[in-house]
Design a protein around this ligand. Structure first.
Ligand code: 3HC
Length: 312
């Protein structure tokens, strides 16, 4: 991983061409890191404006990386950014975008129906050897692949990236019951080829990180609800007392309170082995903020107010 962090080529991975479906922050981040490590990338979104936003996100993030990589050479830095961006081809056509891909990573809205339909369309249009991956954080890979034939199912798995994708080193490689050993092996090699560390796990709710992180975030909210401490003090405590880079409320605001609620409500209602688990029961405070449209950093207010400064 350290050697690869020099942004060398992706020569050791059998995957050369990556198609990313969804031009949001996660999709753009996945496209960016794939292109950084010399994969040819298509970024696909039905919405041309979303594609433009995704390209802006990549340009901004790459400029940040380039500034550190070439601190004394602004021209080299901007050439490097251009070269990486040049490896990402945006398109609004799914069939054209996945046609020659070795790997497709889906990063669209967390809606099972949308994903099931999309995976059917991708399986039809992509080459027969292509790996089919979902970046879902809360839906079972097995259900996303439910309507595919056995051969396509064997090539379907989870590749779960973390926000911000360019900075976070982990990718969970999720093995559903139907996923073949060869698919996992290729996915692990791909993850390593983009300078990240794979953690392989089964297709269980939350995989590893979110299964541990979400009960922690929900318990922090309940601590606040019980009046044990203020949000700022809880955040300070966990950053300085437990070494977390962000406190739980900063993290909730960063992930998005609507996302947190969507995931925990879903697991409480029908999560495999989690149904009725009180760790994921609704929180009045969270419900109140979401109902008021206070969704965290993206809406300008969540547990904290971001209207005055961009960063808390
Ligand atoms: N693009 C490129 N680089 C970025 C970046 C981006 N979008 N965001 C941050 N960075 C880089 C900065 O350039 C900086 O690099 P340097 O250390 O080499 O100078 C480094 O990250 C640190 O950034 P900052 O100094 O601006 O700020 P912080 O030190 O506060 O770090 C953070 C920001 C990396 C976001 C850090 O606070 C962190 O790790 N937070 C925890 C994030 C986390 O837990 N994410 C997982 C969320 S759960 C999830 O995604 C799962 C989902 O399914 C719900």
């Amino acid at each position: 991983i350290v050697a690869r962090a020099l942004y060398s080529s992706s020569a050791s991975s059998p995957i050369k061409r990556v198609a990313v479906v969804g031009g949001g922050q996660m999709g753009a981040g996945i496209a960016q890191v794939s292109a950084t490590f010399e994969h040819g990338v298509t970024l696909i979104d039905v919405n041309a404006e979303a594609l433009e936003r995704g390209q802006k996100y990549m340009a901004k993030s790459l400029a940040r990386v380039a500034k550190k990589k070439f601190p004394a050479e602004p021209n080299v830095a901007s050439d490097w950014v251009e070269a990486v961006l040049g490896r990402v081809r945006p398109t609004t056509s799914l069939s054209e975008g996945v046609r020659s891909a070795d790997l497709v990573v889906e990063a669209v809205v967390e809606n099972i129906g949308v994903k099931q339909k999309l995976f059917g369309d991708i399986a039809q249009a992509a080459p027969g050897h292509c790996l089919l991956a979902s970046n879902t954080s809360s839906l079972p890979i097995g259900r996303i692949a439910e309507h595919l034939d056995a051969e396509a199912k064997a090539r379907t798995l989870g590749l779960h990236f973390f926000n911000p994708v360019p900075q976070m080193k982990l990718v969970e490689v999720v093995r559903a019951e139907h996923t073949g050993a060869q698919a996992i092996e290729s996915a692990v090699a791909f993850v390593e080829s983009i300078g990240k560390a794979p953690a392989v796990c089964k297709d269980t709710p939350g995989f590893i990180v979110n299964r541990l992180l979400l009960p922690y975030m929900m318990e922090a909210i309940r601590l606040l609800e019980r009046g044990a401490a203020e949000a700022r003090d809880i955040d300070t405590a966990m950053k300085l007392g437990a070494g977390y880079p962000m406190g739980p409320f900063e993290l909730c605001d960063y992930v998005g309170l609507d996302t947190l609620k969507f995931i925990t409500d879903g697991w409480f209602k029908e999560g495999d082995g989690l149904r009725g688990d009180k760790a994921f029961a609704a929180s009045p405070k969270l419900d109140e903020l979401v109902a008021a449209g206070h969704l965290g950093v993206k809406s300008g207010r969540g547990f904290y107010d971001y209207s005055a400064s961009k960063k808390k």
